[in-house]
Design a protein around this ligand. Structure first.
Ligand SMILES: [Zn+2]
Length: 295
């Protein structure tokens, strides 16, 4: 049985670094959580997939990568967050978009827009946080990340990423293949990457055909050495307790108002759409706790 995951490999004596990801279940879970139509599902799914691949290089479970795309198109902001532990979550401003091009492919660029930026933040837990920003190139997301890697991380990269949506709107296949030139890579490695880029089938098609990630890598990089396997999954991690603490940041007068109207509070998690309800008794507890803390 095939399942989601990421395989990390190197080729040509370490001059090329390769990541292959299968994210079919992850993107299907995201589609269900946000009730995405096909073009929104593809835009969000591609962003989640590349972000998951970037996070697969994190050394620490608590470290995170956050990618935010804002191309001023109808989709609005797309955000993906992935952790060193393999958990991935995210959202898209408008999940209801369905644009097809004349050739039948989903028109992701039309949804995302091309006039904007891709921002990547590396949150190293207790240590530093750094951000890099690059201008969107095509709004197709793969090219936009490739440009980001070149400009912000000085790593020439080819980013293949795709999501195939079935006629019943479910995700048929999703995945990504990223290959990058390491410092000191020679002419031979450069022309190898150019060759692969020119002849490669879309990675979503390779996954739909049932190929293993290792086989996909070796199909194009014959001498590849497999370095690591990583798990990846859709998982938000939000909880009732988490949003209870968020309520603690409200003003006392606002809490009192919510208690007085007797209707309780409802909080929706923007990452996974889970709804948490707090009744008047809960809100009284929040207010009490706040007063104690402020004493
Ligand atoms: Zn959530």
């Amino acid at each position: 049985m095939k399942k989601d995951g990421i395989v990390i490999a190197s080729a040509m004596n370490g001059q090329i670094r390769i990541h292959a990801a299968r994210t079919t279940e992850l993107v299907e879970a995201a589609r269900i959580a946000h009730q995405c139509m096909p073009t929104s599902a593809a835009a969000l799914g591609r962003t989640l997939t590349v972000t998951a691949i970037m996070a697969s290089d994190l050394k620490n479970e608590n470290e995170k990568i956050v990618a935010v795309i804002n191309g001023h198109g109808p989709s609005g902001t797309i955000l993906a967050q992935a952790g060193g532990n393999g958990d991935v979550r995210g959202f898209i401003g408008d999940p209801g978009l369905y644009y097809a091009r004349e050739d039948g492919h989903l028109d992701v660029a039309r949804a995302v827009g091309t006039n904007g930026t891709l921002t990547v933040t590396r949150d190293m837990g207790l240590k530093d946080t750094f951000s890099g920003v690059s201008a969107l190139q095509s709004g197709e997301i793969g090219d936009d990340f490739a440009y980001y890697f070149a400009i912000s991380e000085q790593t020439p990269s080819v980013v293949g990423v795709g999501v195939l949506v079935d006629t019943d709107l479910t995700i048929k296949a999703a995945g990504g293949l990223i290959y990058q030139l390491m410092p000191g890579a020679g002419e031979e490695a450069i022309s190898k990457c150019e060759q692969v880029a020119a002849h490669m089938k879309p990675v979503s098609v390779l996954i739909e055909e049932g190929n293993d990630l290792e086989d996909i890598i070796k199909m194009y990089f014959e001498d590849a050495v497999i370095l690591d396997h990583r798990d990846v999954r859709w998982h938000c991690g939000c909880s009732r307790e988490h949003f209870f603490s968020a309520l603690l940041t409200l003003k006392e007068s606002d809490l009192q108002e919510m208690i007085d109207d007797g209707e309780g509070a409802e909080i929706r998690c923007q990452y996974c759409n889970s709804v948490y309800r707090y009744d008047t008794e809960d809100l009284k507890q929040v207010l009490e706790k706040r007063r104690v803390e402020n004493r």
